[in-house]
Design a protein around this ligand. Sequence first.
Ligand code: FAD
Length: 416
Amino acid sequence: MTQTIETDVVVIGGGIAGLWLFRTLNTLGYRSVLLEQDSLGGGQTIKSQGIVHGGTKYTLTGQLTNAAQAIAAMPDRWRNALAGEGVGGGGVADPDLRSARILSEHHYLWSPGDIGSRMTSFFASKALRGRVETLTKENLPAIFKHEGFRGKVYQLNEIVLDIATVTRALVQGLEDKTVKVDWREQGNAQLKTDSQGNIEAIELSNDRGQKVQLKAKRFVLSAGEGTEALLNTWGVNDPKMQVRPLHMVMVRHHHPEPVYAHCLGTTPLPRITVTSHPDADGKWVWYLGGGIAEDGVKQSADELIATAKKEMKALLPWVNLDQAEWATLRVNRAEPKQSRLLRPDAAFCQPVANGIVTWPTKLALAPNLADEVVRLLQEDNIRPVTDKTVSMPAGFSQPEICPNFWQGCFDEKETS
Ligand code: FAD
């Protein structure tokens, strides 16, 4: 016999977008179930650099003006959530992220050598006032306090987070409302549509022969790169997805100081963006993105590692990486297909029949995405039914939380 479970919202995909939303819906009293096909946070989310951008990077490219963009509000929004005092759209409590780990209170911009002079006037300009602070020698992060360092460092109001701990904090206490799904032919999940183009239900089964039909007032697609396949199964052509590939570099070593900084180059895209992540043995893994990862898409792992070694030697010559281990990671950023109407600074949420298709476009914008979904629910008069709860029957497996992936990465040179 098939059991029917009535919910308000089924969230499909447990990356940062789905998880922040799922937590918010639960706080508001919406009956919600989260479906994940792999591990929670295991997509782009764990592979991100964990920087809560406030948009400064985009001012370099001229994509943003100083008007009040959604992204500019994100660093404070996250800081409040990390202090357990977060308030989201409509006065709703944001997730309590006190158990999550902050890797760095600030991200920095650093201009090596002579680029500094040109950039100084830019950073002093109106567009960046209030977002950027020039640091004196005494206030430099430890990595730049070296006599060999030439250049300037600017401090941004952007924190860097240990993403696995954020994932854990978001799902804590809600595990019984999550289900691991497998959409393949012999898998446990099937998406059923009706003749009006709505998602009628999601049918789940398990190896004990139990069957559940999940019904929802809204189905939210927050499956990152997996959203394209879901849209195809559902038969929806608009919106469309695009991916932009990156080839990231990881270097694990004994140097004691972390780096959290965009290194400015001659183009508006940072030449290199470095974040630092502790591995299980207490060593730092420096994670290199930005321009090097965009250009690196065309390179093999060996070629890219050779480029990265040269870059690090040129930019931080006092750091000895001779004994370091190197590896690369290929990963795609999944986003809505760009149109001129798209604002680069806000999350994307498009209603489609009884669904909402979402991409946050930035990890930092997950709170903005949740606000927008809740606004769309309220606009359609979908209100929480606070005297009812939902939970999955026992016998349906729950997805695990993705741990940091550094450990396994250095066994093979290139991972994806
Ligand atoms: P994902 O994290 O990819 O999550 C989607 C989830 O859905 C996954 O868990 C996946 O397994 C699941 N899924 C897929 N298909 C299905 C299905 N059919 N059914 C059920 N589940 C499914 N942004 C920042 O703000 N700061 C940064 O520092 C930053 N650095 C980045 C660095 C890199 C290398 C990359 C690639 C991106 C970076 N970003 C950053 C962007 C940011 O990581 C993404 O915008 C964000 O993580 C996307 O979250 P998401 O939840 O939409 O997708």
